[in-house]
Design a protein around this ligand. Structure first.
Ligand code: ADP
Ligand code: MG
Length: 561
């Protein structure tokens, strides 16, 4: 069975295509969203999703979040006394998602299509694929998140349209401009800001609360700060249905409060909103269109549920934005449709996807600047947002007298200075010695649909050609390394799933006990009762008790009790 996975920075979703339609697969707790959080305890037991997020409140040092940001890097996370990189953490998450899907679908899941941000470079895409393989999934395809969202939105529409996908997730903002004509979905431009997202809007609310109550965050321990953050997140989400809210939190038996209106909150967020403007402008400019040329704005990502974001979008685009599809699910549903296309399901018409290269590719050259030779200049060869597959050639000349070899650096990035761009590889060719500038060399970059870059150099005078395919060997694992990594991960015990809901409740109670001194008596009594019920191991009794106590804890959690 083939499944679709929206592997998000904050939340992940699983989907599939069954009985002629795309559907979201709920996790073991019956929820559609699984927090992208991993927690590992001292015994090496792994917790994934909701339970890991809850554990993270009490054990922040054993818990990892937003590791998607570090895909393709060597960053190590130390959880408990074990080390993980982002690929390993992602694979633990993927393994859990896969198992939940198997339980729900009642069949083995072997293959997946995984979505990634459009700006993910080659390394990050390969890292994602690797994570899938470590989780026991054959990654059939990697697809861009905005493309998936646009497919989900555009499948049943006949007309050709130009879309702007506005994706504001937990920690990232991505803007993409796509066009659907006939059965071709083409990405025209992508832009974004990797450091702004829903969490920043929560942060603003936290700061407002602390300032309002004259509390200095330096004096608070990390657990208290996490709890205030959690309360702020709940209040932020409450703005979806209310125009004003009261945020409250008790520290050492003293209750602090803040009452704010949506307008106050919007004012406090103005610099964040300004930050959102830039990527929109850049994507429009790169696509060569204006605001008026956009037919539909597709809202994606949990943070677009914030009314201040909706206001912001409608101020820019009028009412051209659509919430036909739940912003949480758009990407996963699009990936499911892609699964349907892969399986050649008769219910679904194939949409051909085209892509753009997310970064400029170029090389380093010496610039002759009057009297001086300036080294380290960047010469772009394929500009960012060029539709792929593409092939481009630039001619360069020898830079020094009697040079016998030319080294070509293959670089990726937008900086004027070669040094600041990412070195993907190098290739050299011999040239006949002579005065500088005499020998002409053609450099051809070819970028294929799988985002593999091929570089060819050609020396005019000698006819010598050299070719390399840039594979990022140093980040590729050998089979042996992969086996070792796999063994290391399999050694870790997964948390038994039937106990998970119970543990989640115990953890929630534990946290509330620390967080809400005024309810300690009730919480303690409920926890003790639940522990006794668990010890008796009677399923029906456990379920009844869990329901009752769960309700109590939720009421305390939302401050209603
Ligand atoms: P990602 O794509 O990064 O995994 P999501 O699309 O799941 O992230 O978005 C997560 C963000 O959406 C969080 O910051 C969360 O607070 C925010 N969010 C979710 N629901 C709401 C809501 N109703 N109102 C405001 N923000 C919300
Ligand atoms: Mg997302």
């Amino acid at each position: 069975m083939l499944i679709g996975i929206d592997l998000g920075t904050t939340n992940s979703l699983v989907s599939c295509f069954r009985n002629g339609k795309a559907e979201i697969i709920p996790n073991r707790l019956g929820k559609e969203l699984t927090p992208s959080v991993i927690s590992v305890d001292a015994d090496g037991k792994v917790y994934v999703g909701e339970i890991a997020k809850e554990r993270g409140m009490l054990y922040p040092l054993e818990t990892a979040r937003v590791f998607k940001r570090s895909m393709g890097t060597n960053k190590e996370y130390v959880l408990g006394n074990r080390q993980f990189n982002a690929v390993e953490l992602s694979s633990l998450l993927l393994r859990s998602l896969k198992e939940d899907a198997e339980v729900y679908l009642k069949e083995k899941v072997t293959e997946a299509i995984i979505s990634v941000p459009a700006y993910f470079n080659d390394l990050q895409r390969k890292a994602t694929k690797k994570a899938g393989e470590l989780a026991g999934l054959k990654v059939h395809r990697i697809i861009n998140e905005p493309t998936a969202a646009a497919i989900a939105f555009g499948m049943d529409k006949k007309d050709d349209s130009r879309y702007l996908v506005f994706d504001l997730g937990g920690g990232t903002f991505d803007v993409s401009i796509l066009e659907l004509y006939g059965s071709i979905m083409e990405v025209h431009a992508i832009a974004g800001d990797n450091y702004v997202g829903g969490e920043d809007f929560t942060e603003v609310l936290c700061k407002m609360f602390l300032n309002h109550n004259h509390i200095s965050s330096d004096l608070l321990d990390i657990i208290t700060l996490n709890e205030i953050y959690k309360v702020a997140e709940t209040c932020k989400c409450a703005f979806s249905t209310m125009d004003e809210i009261t945020m409250s939190y008790t520290i050492e038996e003293k209750k602090y409060e803040m009452h704010i209106t949506l307008d106050d909150y919007e004012n406090a967020c103005s610099s964040l909103l300004d930050k959102l403007r830039r990527p929109i402008e850049r994507s429009l400019k790169d696509a060569g269109v204006t605001l008026n040329d956009i037919d539909q704005v597709i809202l994606v990502g949990g943070a677009t549920k914030l009314p201040i974001i909706r206001r912001f979008v409608s101020r820019l685009f009028g009412n051209k934005y659509s919430c036909d599809i739940d912003p949480d699910k758009a990407v996963a549903l699009g990936v499911a449709l892609q699964c349907g296309m892969k399986a050649r399901d008769k219910e679904i018409q194939e949409v051909i996807l085209t892509d753009v290269c997310p970064y400029t590719l170029g090389t380093e050259i010496v610039m002759h600047n009057g009297m001086f030779d300036e080294t380290g200049h960047y010469l772009p060869i394929i500009e960012r947002n060029t539709v792929i597959p593409v092939s481009r050639t630039q001619t360069v000349y020898t830079a020094h007298d009697n040079q016998t070899q030319v080294n070509i650096k293959v670089l990726q990035g937008e900086s004027r200075k070669a040094y600041f761009n990412l070195l993907l590889g190098e290739i050299s060719v011999p040239v006949p010695a002579g005065p500088k500038g005499k020998e002409a060399i053609d450099i051809t970059y070819t970028y294929d649909v799988n985002a593999l870059l091929e570089v060819e150099v050609y020396v005019h005078s000698t006819g010598i050609r050299r070719k390399v395919i840039i594979q990022n060997e140093k980040n590729q694992m050998s089979d042996e390394e992969a086996t070792i990594q796999l063994e290391k991960l399999q050694y870790l015990k997964q948390n038994p799933r039937d106990e998970e809901v119970n543990q989640l409740l115990l953890l929630q109670g534990e946290r509330l006990y620390q967080e809400m001194p005024e309810y300690r008596y009730e919480i303690d009594r409920a926890l003790t009762e639940f522990e006794q019920v668990l010890a008796r191991q009677n399923r029906t009794e456990i379920e009844l008790s869990r329901k009752k106590i769960g309700q109590l804890f939720n009421e305390i959690d939302t401050n209603l009790a």
